[in-house]
Write a protein that binds this ligand. Structure first.
Ligand SMILES: *Cc1c(COP(=O)(O)O)cnc(C)c1O
Length: 421
């Protein structure tokens, strides 16, 4: 260190600066979360065997739970063809991505996956990202700037909200599913370039965006419609092409959409698909694309195998739909509060955080793993158990879960809400 700088640092030690202390702030925030039953903990999965998970307990020995909170909707994450593809590619090309796509990281397996997805979705182009979170940051950051407008559904995924912040654009939100509200927000800044961004399937509610109406709104307002189809791809529409295809829309109406590979496609990563000029622009300018290491090629090989299975195995979607309807009928028969969803996301509303936690605990005692979702992930007072059904579940397991939910609700009603962690 140069002598003069060293002297300056030593001199300042005499007078500590009275700025807010970050350790103290963190401790205060942790106490607030504890008081609101809003502490968050992770569970360690010791072994995963389809829908059965061996899970380490906080203070109990490991136990096997039936998993009703994963996003592995088609049951592909442990499919032998998917895992074999990953193992073979890793044996040939290694475990890492070795560099960013624009330096030396772009592998033929990445290209093959992009082409397969573009063909599947019937769009000109697709670009692979390390995650859906990064892809959303990339799309908004590379297309929108300070003077631009991004209009979003109030219940959009957090990554879309963060993406608008990173882009620096004006973010205007509209009430959930309210197309008139979206139009109002677009009209309020008619001079600005604009994007209308929505989840295709809402991740914590399971309902669908009114995509046909939103497409009309975007067209008349000359705004670009971007659909985050993290939970629709593989599950909805002809050949599992997702919520955009299910709504009968094409790449003209929806110039860009996001397909994540870590949910129904059972692997990892994400693809932005659509208009060739826009996608090529992302590949050259999006910072979350340029300044990160490429997905390992072996991971792309796994996703490629999964996409082929998802396209081919219609029975997985049919089985999933049957199980979803079966769950709804049985849960409603027990008087449980479901939401208007026909997708594998079947939240059960619990009200308070404490009630949601008590029900989740009760389910766990009976051998079921369902995540309690609390604010800020969902609005205040709308804590819920986010039940997800997959094609890998058995009908009897779905029935038993609905019955266990009713028991959990009754138990929680009879215990004081004393749970705090
Ligand atoms: C999960 C999710 C993402 C993020 O995708 P990852 O690949 O997990 O980073 C983005 N949008 C929505 C709606 C999601 O549910």
């Amino acid at each position: 260190m140069p002598a003069r700088q060293g002297a300056a640092v030593e001199g300042s030690q005499a007078m500590p600066v009275d700025r807010p202390d970050l350790h103290a702030r963190v401790a205060a925030q942790r106490e607030q979360r504890a008081a609101a039953s809003a502490r968050r903990t992770r569970r360690e999965v010791l072994r995963r065997d389809g829908v059965r998970c061996e899970v380490a307990g906080a203070d109990v020995s490991p136990r096997t739970l039936l998993n009703f909170c994963s996003n592995d909707y088609l049951g592909l994450s442990q499919h032998f063809a998917v895992v074999n593809a990953l193992q073979d590619a890793a044996a040939r090309d290694g475990a890492g991505g070795t560099g960013s796509h624009l330096v030396c990281g772009h592998h033929a397996l990445h290209g093959a996956l992009e082409r397969e997805i573009a063909e599947w979705l019937e769009v000109p182009r697709a670009l692979l990202f390390d995650s859906g979170y990064a892809a959303n940051l990339a799309v908004l950051q590379s297309l929108l700037g300070d003077d631009d407008l991004c209009v979003q559904d109030r219940l959009n995924h957090a990554s879309l909200i963060d993406a608008a912040r990173l882009a620096g654009c004006r973010l205007r939100r509209y009430p959930h599913g309210d197309v008139e509200g979206a139009l109002r927000q677009l009209r309020s800044m008619a001079e600005s370039a604009a994007m209308l961004a929505t989840d295709g399937v809402f991740s914590m509610d399971g309902d669908l965006a009114p995509l046909r109406e939103l497409a009309i709104a975007a067209r008349v307002q000359n705004a670009l419609l971007y659909v985050d189809d993290a939970h629709g791809a593989g599950v909805l529409g002809p050949d599992g092409r997702g919520s955009v295809a299910a709504a009968g829309l094409d790449a003209k109406a929806v110039p860009l959409r996001l397909v994540t590979l870590g949910k129904a496609l059972g692997s990892h990563g994400a693809v932005v698909a659509g208009d060739a000029d826009l996608v090529d622009h992302l590949a050259e300018t999006a910072r979350p694309y340029l300044y990160t290491t490429a997905l390992p090629p072996a991971q792309a090989a796994a996703a490629l195998a999964a996409v082929k299975l998802a396209r081919r195995d219609h029975w997985r979607r049919e089985r999933l739909q049957d199980l979803v309807q079966r769950f709804r009928v049985r849960a409603e028969g027990h008087g449980l509060s479901l939401m208007p969803s026909d997708t594998p996301i079947q939240p059960v509303l619990c009200g308070s955080n404490a009630n949601a936690l008590a029900m989740a605990d009760s389910l766990e005692r009976d051998g079921y793993w369902v995540a309690a979702i609390r604010p800020p992930t969902v609005p205040e007072g709308q804590a819920r158990l986010r039940v997800t059904v997959t094609a890998a579940h058995e009908p009897v397991q779905v029935d038993a879960l609905a019955d266990a939910l009713a028991v959990a609700r009754d138990r929680a009603a009879h215990t004081a809400p004393s749970h705090a962690a």
